[in-house]
Design a protein around this ligand. Structure first.
Ligand code: ATP
Length: 224
């Protein structure tokens, strides 16, 4: 589903963000990406989103080499990826419903289908009752759940997240990770960058470690 073949990424002349990374994620896999600050986690996700291009090597998603994708194909490609940031990044002057609907508006989905899908996404994250709320009235955990609803409303086969629990306490973090697990159980491939090793190790999923841009190990945590 996802493959990095000998991928390096340099910023400028000296900064090596990724160093000859080889990595495969099977369809339906759930993996964490961890490593120190500056290890290259966000860069790896940016390459998958095609926000950045490798300096050498190739990234394949669903069998397609991303370097061969034309600029005009990139927006369509990105519809197959859901992405969750550390901060929810909601539009403050739009309701919860409108925020979640945004990817469907961009994809020109008709209004009845849009309503049905937004309700289904909010239902999955347990926030249907908040559809008319404005972002400022949400707690941190609720805002993050809205951003997850927005990421999955297009039913992407791949869900990526960069430190999605970084601003949340341990109980809320566990709730957010449970949501990712629920999507994974219905077949979504999930890759989450996180520092929070204690939380990750307890879940029993694959953990991919980056160190100064290189893969330093891949192992499984121990499910408690
Ligand atoms: N746009 C950029 N220009 C120059 N250097 C960059 C750029 N983006 C990242 N880097 C550098 O590349 C390296 C990897 O950064 P990256 O953001 O991928 O690490 P990270 O593991 O996500 O770190 P963190 O956990 O702190 O977010 C770092 O040394 C960083 O300073």
């Amino acid at each position: 589903m996802i493959e990095f073949r000998n991928v390096s990424k340099h910023y400028g002349q000296k900064q090596v963000a990724l160093d000859r990374v080889d990595l495969r994620l099977q369809r339906g896999e759930f993996a964490f990406l961890t490593g120190h600050s500056g290890a290259g986690k966000s860069t790896l996700l940016k390459l998958l989103l095609r926000l950045e291009q490798p300096s050498s090597g190739e990234v394949y998603v669903g069998g397609q080499a991303l370097s061969t994708m034309l600029a005009r194909q990139v927006p369509y490609y990105r519809r197959h990826l859901g992405f969750v940031f550390q901060n929810a990044h909601l539009i403050p002057e739009r309701s919860v419903f409108d925020n979640v609907a945004m990817p469907l508006i961009i994809a020109n989905v008709d209004s009845r289908e849009l309503q049905r899908r937004v309700h289904a996404a909010l239902d999955k994250v347990g926030l249907l009752r908040k559809e008319r709320a404005m972002p400022e009235s949400l707690s941190g955990g609720e805002a993050q759940r809205v951003s997850i609803a927005r990421a999955i409303v297009n039913r992407p086969p791949i869900l990526l997240a960069d430190e999605p629990t970084g601003n949340l306490d341990p109980t809320l973090s566990a709730e957010i990770l449970n949501l990712f697990e629920a999507f994974n159980q219905v077949g979504v491939t999930v890759l989450i960058a996180s520092h929070d090793l204690d939380l990750l190790e307890a879940l029993g999923h694959r953990i991919i470690r980056l160190e100064h841009g290189a893969i330093s190990g891949t192992a499984h945590g121990v499910a408690s």
